[in-house]
Every structure is written in structure tokens, then in C-alpha cells.
Design a protein around this ligand. Structure first.
Ligand code: ARG
Length: 459
């Protein structure tokens, strides 16, 4: 195909150079944004009499036809084209003749590609936010169901204090809510229109950049044309938000993997989200969770690759920047799929409350509560801590737990102990009494659920 940019050069390039140069396999997914951007551009050119109103209408109709034909499958994208911008313009010119050649007045592919990417990422942001909301809803549903289910809370992966499963899940809800906020905040900076910056320096035509921005739903326009075509901070922020989100999903996945192991057996996943082994008939593997954890690596990699690609670039546009989209799109696809698989997986998982309770009874996780009991009777915390430490160490030697020692046995350690201690160290009391704001009590979990529900209802 003859190059539209043939001018100074013959445009007679080697096939290998064309293949190397082409980005259409990656950027063709922005066909809609490209066409809508061009339609707005044509309207503006017409409104400002840079081209005639009739020509503008012809361009808009022609572009609309291309959009319809791509969507219906009538027009196939030619993957030998250089990029989606060239492809659309080429087809337009084939269909309209000379009028088609007027579209590229007062613009450049440099502002065009920045525009398309911003429009595309705005849409991706909305999609991700909705998918995070779906996952949040699954988590809220489970948290509500298990706001009273007792499990061991861990630090250093050692049993620490009793918590409720609902409380544990709500920790993830808080992370995901922050992810939503991060994506929405970054969207403000994506929502700045670069169209009209042209190649790098603006244009001599009397364009109306605000009109174009408004037509395309942008809140602002880029106020420095060099920055408008060179800025990819918005891609970095988007990639970074995807990486943070994946980090959260990966931590959740790791816990699901632990919980579904025979060693824990706190949770059982539905068959619909597990796999078997080709050789070991007893296996039920949590592959989906492992894949989420594994895919986190590539999303981190995408962030690192765009940061590195940009770090040494002089202003303004350089072809290196064509490399921005592949990683960003991959992060979007990956994050989206991970969210889509996790939401129903969490919603359908079976929580094995009895096993969680059993595990909670074995690890002296009420030792802090025993010390607190003594403190409330007047003993300084450090002294109480020491005595409880001794009791626990004796229990371990004798194969006992705090609940099974008799009052007489307790009294041997200190006279402060009384019959009310047993109620105080029951796991149910331990969680119910943790009423401090944000604590593990069922009441606090309810408050957390209500908070997140309210926050996400309008996003
Ligand atoms: N395919 C290019 C990209 O993705 C479009 C911009 C090309 N601009 C240029 N001056 N060659 O970055």
C-alpha cells in the first residue's frame, strides 16, 4: 500500500520495516475512539470554516459508515496497515475521494494517538471500577454472612488473636475501595484533551480546541501543546493503579490458597472454580487464585516497562511511545479478567466455620484477653503479660489450653483470678468485646459494611 506520508521519502519501505513499524495489531482496539475523535475534529473544522460545512458533513457521514461497517463485520481491519489512524483515513479517502484527504487538516497523528488512548483509558477506568464493585459486592455478601464467624487472626502467619471472618474480608473491601478511588482520581488527569496540539507546536488555523474537547466529553484541554503530545503520565498512573489492584487481588488469592489447603481447610471453593490433577485423583486445585497471583507479575512488569520506555525520551513525540499501549492494554485485560473470575468465585465459596473455630481454639489466641482481664482487675499490663506467658508455656508442656485449666490451677499463678475469667477468655467474648472503632466485633463489621455500601452506591 502506498504510504500516505510518502513525500520527502519514496515511502518504498522493506516489508520487515513495515512489520516492525506497524502497531495496528495493538491499536486497532481503539477504532471507535479514533473514529469518534475524527468526527469531532471534522465538526470543528466545519464550524470554524477551515473546511466547508458540506465537506465536514461528508467526512462525518463517511466516518460513521466506517464505524458501522467495522462493528457489523462488513469492513475488516487490514492488519498490514501502519496503525488504526492510517487505516481509518485510508478507507475514508477510498470511499470519499479528495474530501477524505481534508480530515487531517490541523491535526497530527501525535495528538490523535494521545486523544484515542485517553478516550480508551477513560472507558477502561469505568469498566474496571464496575468490576471492582462486583467483587466488592461478593465480599460484602460473604462478610455479612460471616460477621460472627470466629477465625484465628494472624501476624507473622502465627495465630495471634481471634477475629471474625467478616472482619478479615472487610480488610480487602477497604483496599478495593481505595483502588476505586485511585482509578477515579487518575481519571481526572486522563480527562484532558490533547487534540489540537497537532504535531507538537499547535497550529496556524483558527481551531476551537474547547469545542472538540466538549464534543468528546473531556473536562479540560492540555494547555501546552508539547506536553499534550508527549505526556503519558496518565498511562503510568493507570498501569500503577492496575499494579496496586493486582497486589491486593494477589494477597487475597494467596489467602484463598492457604485457606483451601488441607492444612487450613477454612474454605472450600465451588467445583466451578477449581481444577483436578491429571495424575492425582484426590486433587482439587485452586488454579484461578494461583493464576491471579501469577498474573500480578506481568502487570507489575507492564508498569516497569512504560516507566523505562519514557525515562530518557526528549520532547516531544518519539516513536518509542508507540510501545506505551501494549502493556497498558495488557494490564487492563488482565485486571478485568481477574476481577471477573474472583467475584463469582468468592460469592460461591463455602466457608467452613467449624474448622475456623477449631483452629481458633488451639493457638492460645485469647492470651491477650487473659492478660487484659488481669489488667482490668488492677494489675499493670507488663506484669499480667509475664504471668500469662508462664501459663501458656506450662499449658504447652502439659498439652492443655487456657479454657481447660481449672480455677484452682489459675490461682496457683495469681490470686487475682476468679470464676469470671472463663467468660472473659471465651472466643465469643473476645471478638464481641472488640468494639473499638474498626475492631473485629460483629457490630463494627456491620458498620464497615454499611460504610462501603454507602460509598460505592454512587460510583
Ligand atoms: N502508531 C503511532 C503510536 O502509536 C501513532 C503516532 C505516530 N506518529 C508519528 N509521528 N509517527 O504512537
Amino acid at each position: 500500500m502506498a504510504k500516505m506520508w510518502a513525500g520527502l521519502t519514496s515511502g518504498l519501505t522493506e516489508k520487515i520495516a513495515d512489520d516492525f513499524n506497524s502497531s495496528i495489531k495493538v491499536d486497532s482496539r481503539m477504532y471507535k475512539q479514533d473514529i469518534l475523535g475524527s468526527m469531532a475534529h471534522a465538526s470543528m473544522l466545519g464550524a470554524k470554516n477551515i473546511i466547508s460545512k458540506q465537506d465536514a458533513d461528508k467526512l462525518i457521514d463517511g466516518l460513521d459508515g466506517i464505524l458501522t461497517d467495522i462493528e457489523s463485520g462488513k469492513l475488516e481491519i487490514d492488519y498490514s496497515a501502519e496503525d488504526i489512524h492510517m487505516f481509518v483515513e485510508q478507507v475514508l479517502t477510498e470511499r470519499l475521494g479528495d474530501v477524505g484527504k481534508k480530515l487531517h487538516t490541523a491535526r497530527s497523528r501525535n495528538d490523535q494517538v494521545a486523544l484515542d488512548t485517553r478516550m480508551y483509558l477513560k472507558d477502561c477506568t469505568d469498566q474496571i471500577v464496575l468490576k471492582i464493585k462486583d467483587l466488592l459486592e461478593a465480599i460484602l455478601f460473604k462478610a455479612e454472612e460471616h460477621k460472627c464467624s470466629i477465625m484465628p487472626g494472624y501476624t507473622h502467619l502465627q495465630r495471634a488473636q481471634p477475629i471474625t471472618f467478616g472482619h478479615h474480608l472487610m480488610a480487602y473491601a477497604m483496599m478495593l475501595y481505595r483502588d476505586i478511588q485511585r482509578f477515579l482520581d487518575a481519571k481526572k488527569r486522563i480527562n484532558v484533551s490533547p487534540i489540537g496540539c497537532c504535531a507538537l507546536a499547535g497550529t496556524t488555523y483558527e481551531t476551537d480546541r474547547e469545542m472538540e474537547a466538549k464534543l468528546l466529553g473531556f473536562d479540560e484541554i492540555a494547555l501546552n501543546s508539547i506536553d499534550g503530545v508527549s505526556d503519558r503520565d496518565f498511562c503510568i498512573e493507570f498501569s500503577s493503579n492496575c499494579a496496586t489492584l493486582m497486589m491486593h487481588l494477589s494477597r487475597l488469592s494467596e489467602e484463598i490458597l492457604l485457606w483451601t489447603s488441607w492444612e487450613f481447610k477454612f474454605v472450600e471453593l465451588s467445583d466451578a472454580f477449581t481444577t483436578g490433577s491429571s495424575i492425582m485423583p484426590q486433587k482439587k486445585n485452586s488454579d484461578m487464585a494461583e493464576l491471579v497471583r501469577g498474573k500480578t507479575g506481568r502487570v507489575y512488569g507492564n508498569l516497569m516497562s512504560i516507566l523505562t520506555m519514557l525515562k530518557g525520551l526528549p520532547l516531544a513525540y518519539n516513536k518509542d511511545m508507540q510501545e506505551d499501549k501494549e502493556g497498558v492494554f495488557d494490564s487492563f485485560d488482565t485486571v478485568k479478567m481477574c476481577l471477573e473470575v474472583l467475584a463469582p468465585m468468592i460469592k460461591s465459596m463455602k466457608v467452613l466455620e467449624e474448622n475456623m473455630l477449631l483452629a481458633s481454639q488451639k493457638g492460645f489466641i485469647n492470651a491477650t484477653d487473659l492478660a487484659d482481664y488481669m489488667v482490668k482487675k488492677g494489675m499493670p499490663f507488663r506484669s499480667a503479660y509475664k504471668i500469662v506467658g508462664k501459663i501458656v508455656s506450662d499449658c504447652i508442656k502439659d498439652g492443655k489450653v487456657l479454657e481447660t485449666l481449672t480455677l484452682d490451677e489459675y490461682k496457683k499463678y495469681d490470686q487475682i483470678f476468679d470464676n469470671d475469667l472463663f467468660k472473659e477468655i471465651s472466643l465469643k467474648t473476645c471478638v464481641e468485646k472488640r468494639i473499638s472503632k474498626g475492631g473485629t466485633s460483629p457490630k463494627s463489621v456491620e458498620e464497615q459494611i454499611a460504610f462501603i455500601k454507602e460509598k460505592i452506591q454512587n460510583v
